[in-house]
Design a protein around this ligand. Structure first.
Ligand code: GLY
Ligand code: MN
Ligand code: MN
Length: 353
């Protein structure tokens, strides 16, 4: 069944006669249009892509299943006519701005507007074959960049330099860019789960955490590896091994039918039992696809159930303020029986003498 057909099934189930898409990833997923600045207006009979002069040609080529409707910069100006019969209209309440919502109300005064943010994201959560191939490629690009950059890591380099080298290697391999602001955090900065690369130089006696990823044809990858520079103390080895054990157990627990909460609990228990529970303050993972962070997640609240075709990260960490931290992150594909680990970069404790 096509994405449009599945979308219409969901619209029927929600008893809405039209749906407005403005989130770029959702628009791309539904239509194929990569230009970002488009609004989709989908009814049971019509599928319209609203965009302005700059994108008309591109939209005609990329979104053959959509009627391309030319607008001014305000896409909603044509909705009064397109949507004049619509009575119940869904929209992405988690994305539209307050002003956008006011404009939508003005354009469709007769309609009841319903915030239904999960309609497209629900479809996006299970990836099809072509999406999985693109994610595999994005993962491979990140794996290869890690292997390449690891050979050049040297005491005295700045975190920014390492981040730049990772990005350069990935772009040379076909990535259109990084999938987020890379985290390169060394020494005590590695206790910041989201310590983006700084001008700090790396030195001996420190952890170095690198969290990065590629975008390949719109699809994201996300990998974290933590290595050690110089001679580790016993506690460095201990913390690394606990995080690795939690990560491996988390991967083993990923299977269809399990909730995100179940899987999180398995990995979290290992860290908690080792006495570091207070130092693992984020969820175990998140889905990836056209966006770097998608649902469902693996965390303490996630009730959604995993299904084959979902692609999700497993990324436990231990972060000790003023000491340092370790995170290890892979991407896995949920299969009929468990999961396949897509990330291939090694996870043993890498030490730079
Ligand atoms: N880059 C943050 C994460 O791994 O989700
Ligand atoms: Mn990451
Ligand atoms: Mn991640």
């Amino acid at each position: 069944m096509s994405r449009l057909e599945r979308m219409r099934q969901q619209m029927l189930a929600e008893n809405i006669d039209a749906y407005v898409v403005i989130r770029p990833e959702n628009g791309r997923y539904m239509s194929g249009f990569t230009g970002g600045e488009a609004t989709l207006f989908i009814t049971s009979e019509r599928a319209c892509l609203l965009t302005d002069f700059r994108y008309i040609e591109q939209a005609r080529v990329q979104a053959p299943d959509f009627e391309i409707v030319k607008t001014g910069l305000d896409h909603f100006e044509v909705l009064s006519e397109l949507g004049q019969k619509a009575q119940r209209v869904g929209f992405e309440g988690d994305f539209i701005t307050f002003l956008g919502y006011e404009r939508l109300k003005d354009a469709l005064p007769q309609a009841e507007l319903l915030s239904l943010p999960d309609l497209v994201s629900h479809l996006r959560s299970v990836k099809d074959k072509s999406e999985i191939e693109l994610i595999r490629k994005a993962v491979r690009i990140a794996d290869d960049a890690f292997a390449e950059v690891l050979k050049t890591v040297d005491i005295g380099q700045t975190e920014e330099e390492i981040g730049l080298n990772l990005e350069y290697a990935m772009r040379r391999a076909g990535a259109s860019g990084g999938s987020f602001d890379f985290i390169v955090a060394s020494g005590i900065r590695s206790s910041m789960p989201h310590g983006t690369a700084s001008s700090k130089q790396i030195k001996s006696g420190e952890f170095l955490t690198m969290d990065f990823g590629a975008i390949y044809q719109g699809y994201c990858s996300d990998i974290t590896r933590t290595v050690f520079l110089g001679e580790p103390e016993e506690k460095h080895r201990e913390v690394y091994e606990i995080v690795l054990a939690a990560q491996l157990a988390g991967i083993k627990a990923v299977a269809p039918g399990r909730t995100g909460k179940d899987v999180d609990a398995v990995a979290r228990k290992i860290i908690t039992d080792a006495g570091y529970g207070d130092y693992f303050g984020h969820g175990l993972g998140h889905s990836v696809g056209l966006a770097i962070h998608e649902g469902p997640n693996l965390n303490m609240r996630e009730e959604r159930v995993l299904e084959p075709g979902m692609v999700i990260t497993v990324e436990p960490g231990i972060y000790i303020p003023d000491w340092g931290g370790v995170r290890i992150e892979d991407i896995v594909l949920v299969t009929e029986t468990g999961c396949e680990v897509l990330t291939q970069a090694p996870k043993d404790f890498i030490i730079f003498e």
